[in-house]
Write a protein that binds this ligand. Structure first.
Ligand code: GLU
Length: 477
C-alpha cells in the first residue's frame, strides 16, 4: 500500500507536491521520493530516501527542488524489498527520453515478466519495474501506444502516475482496485492523490475533484494544462468491472476521504453498526482501538446503546505499527497506546478494532486494558475474517506471514482460545462480520456525492477474506 501524488501547474509545483505527500504518510512511512521537471535547465530533479516523507523532504531538499510538473510517492513494499534502490519514482527511457513512474498496487502475474526482464534494471526488484520495462520495449514509437501495450500485458492492480515529456499520465487499472483522485487547484493546477483528504489540504472541496475512473487514463500536459481522457487496454481475462479493495475502506484510507461517493469514516461507522445490531455482550463501555477502530466503535456504540469512551488514546507521534517489520513491532505497542485508567477501571469493555490480521495489536491492547483495571474484555471486529494473503497490494503475503484466521481455518472459538493464551484468559468473546454483512454495510452507507451511488456488493475485491475470490489472475506463490 503506497500513496501517490502528482501535480501539473502554471507555477511551482513543489510545495503542492510536498503537501500531498505529507498528507499521505498514513499510507506508508518506510520510504519516499519525488521528481520534478526543471524546465529552465531541461533536467529532472529527483530526491529519494528511506524513512518518513517529512524526514526526507527537509527544508534544504525542498529549496533544491523547483519545477512546474512532478510526481511523488510514499512506499510500503508489496513486491521487492524495502530498500533504497526500490524507492519510487522509478526511471525508464522511451525513445531516448527519460520518464518516471510511481505505483500503488501489485502485479500478481510476474513469472513471465521476471523471465523477460531478467537483465532489465537488475538492481531494482520492485514489480513496478515491469511496467517501466514494458513501456521501454513496446513495439511502437508513440508513447500513448507504448502505455497501452504495457496495460494490455500487465495482470495485477495499479494506480499509476507517469511523468514523461512535460505531461503527467494518471492511470487506474480496469478493476479500479486502488484509489486515485484528481482535482483542479486554484484554476492553475491539476493535481492527483491516492486520498481525496490530501487534495483538500490544497484548498480543494469535494466538488472540485473526482476519482480517475477504473480503466481510465487522464493525460495532463504541462504546456497548457490541457486534460485528455482515454480508456485503457487490459488482458482479456481481467473483468472490466470495479473491484475496489475492501481493506482500503476498512483500514488503510484516511477517514475524511470520500471514495465511491462515501466518506470513509461513515463507512466504518456503518460497519460497526452492522456488527452491533447482532452482537452485544454484557459490557459497560465501548472503546475503539485508535485510529482506524474509532469510527467503527462509534457505530457499534450507536447500535448497542453501550456508551462510547476513549479508553485508549493513541500517542500521536507514533506511526502505524503494521508498517514496521514484524520483529520491530513488539516494543511499539506501549509507545503507541495509552490507557485511561479512570475510564477502564472495573469496566466490562467491548474493544472495537477495524480488522484482525496477525492479532498482535489486539493482544497488546487487551493486555494494556487489563493492566489498567478492566474487568472483562470482549472484541468486536467489524470486518470479515482475513484468511488469505493479498497479491493485489496489501503486503500480507510477504512481511506479514501470520494471519490468525487462516491459521485456524476461520474457527472463531479456536482464534479466541489462542488469543486468550497470551492475555491471561481475559477475552470473554469475539465476533466478526461475515463477508456479505460487510459488503451490505458498505453499500448501505449513504453517499455524500452524487454520481457514485450505484455500487453493488459485486464491486469489491474480497480475495483476502473468508469466502472471497480472486478476480485477477495470480501466478506467484
Ligand atoms: N508494488 C509496488 C512496490 O512494491 C507498489 C507498492 C504499493 O502499492 O504498496 O514498489
Amino acid at each position: 500500500m503506497c500513496g501517490i501524488a502528482g501535480m501539473v501547474s502554471t507555477g511551482d509545483a513543489v510545495m503542492g507536491l510536498f503537501c500531498l505527500g505529507y498528507k499521505q504518510q498514513h499510507r506508508s512511512h518506510r520510504s519516499a521520493g519525488m521528481v520534478v521537471w526543471d524546465a529552465d535547465e531541461c533536467r529532472y530533479l529527483p530526491v529519494k530516501g528511506m524513512g518518513n516523507f517529512t524526514e526526507i523532504f527537509t527544508r534544504e531538499k525542498l529549496a533544491y527542488l523547483h519545477g512546474n510538473i512532478g510526481i511523488a510517492h510514499v512506499r510500503w513494499a508489496t513486491h521487492g524489498e524495502l530498500s533504497a534502490k526500490n524507492i519510487h519514482p522509478l526511471a525508464f527511457l522511451f525513445r531516448g527520453k527519460r520518464g518516471y513512474i510511481v505505483h500503488n498496487g501489485e502485479i500478481s502475474c510476474r513469472n513471465g515478466l521476471e523471465e523477460q526482464f531478467r537483465n532489465y534494471q537488475p538492481e531494482v526488484s520492485a514489480d513496478t519495474k515491469f511496467i517501466a520495462g514494458l513501456i521501454e520495449t513496446a513495439p511502437t514509437t508513440d508513447f500513448l501506444s507504448a502505455l497501452q501495450y504495457a496495460f494490455s500485458v500487465i495482470k495485477g492492480t495499479y494506480s499509476l502516475l507517469i511523468l514523461y515529456d512535460n505531461a503527467v499520465y494518471a492511470v487506474r487499472d480496469v478493476t479500479g482496485n486502488r484509489p486515485l483522485f484528481m482535482g483542479g487547484w486554484q484554476e492553475n493546477s491539476v493535481c492527483f492523490a491516492s486520498e481525496s483528504s490530501a487534495l483538500v489540504c490544497l484548498g480543494l472541496r469535494p466538488r472540485d475533484m473526482r476519482e480517475v475512473a477504473p480503466g481510465e487514463m487522464v493525460v495532463v500536459r504541462g504546456s497548457d494544462l490541457s486534460v485528455e481522457s482515454h480508456s485503457i487496454a487490459a488482458p482479456p481475462d481481467i473483468p472490466r468491472a470495479l473491484r475496489f479493495c475492501m481493506i482500503e475502506l476498512l483500514y488503510s484510507m484516511y477517514p475524511t476521504t470520500i471514495v465511491l461517493g462515501r466518506t470513509v469514516r461513515s463507512i466504518r461507522e456503518r460497519l460497526g453498526y452492522e456488527l452491533g445490531a447482532r452482537y452485544r455482550p454484557p459490557a459497560d463501555i465501548v472503546v475503539g482501538v485508535p485510529d482506524s477502530g474509532v469510527s467503527a466503535g462509534i457505530g457499534y456504540s450507536a447500535a448497542t446503546g453501550i456508551p462510547y469512551v476513549q479508553g485508549i488514546i493513541r500517542y500521536h507521534q507514533s506511526g502505524r505499527i503494521f508498517y514496521h517489520a514484524v520483529d520491530e513491532r513488539a516494543e511499539r505497542y506501549r509507545l503507541k497506546y495509552d490507557a485511561d485508567f479512570e475510564a477502564l477501571r472495573d469496566r466490562r469493555v467491548v474493544l472495537v478494532d477495524d480488522t484482525l490480521f496477525a492479532s498482535d495489536t489486539i493482544r497488546n491492547v487487551i493486555t494494556i486494558c487489563v493492566e489498567a483495571g478492566a474487568r472483562e474484555i470482549h472484541v468486536a471486529i467489524p470486518s470479515p475474517m482475513i484468511t488469505r494473503p493479498c497479491y493485489y497490494g496489501t503486503p500480507t503475503s510477504s512481511d506479514h506471514r501470520r494471519l490468525i484466521a487462516r491459521d485456524y481455518g476461520g474457527d472463531l472459538e479456536a482464534i479466541r482460545t489462542d488469543i486468550n493464551r497470551t492475555v491471561g484468559g481475559r477475552l470473554g468473546s469475539l465476533a466478526f462480520l461475515t463477508l456479505e454483512e460487510a459488503k451490505r454495510a458498505i453499500v448501505a452507507t449513504p453517499p455524500v456525492l452524487s454520481g457514485y451511488g450505484a455500487i453493488g456488493t459485486d464491486n469489491f475485491c474480497d480475495a483476502c477474506f473468508l469466502g472471497g475470490r480472486r478476480h485477477i489472475p495470480v501466478d506467484v506463490d
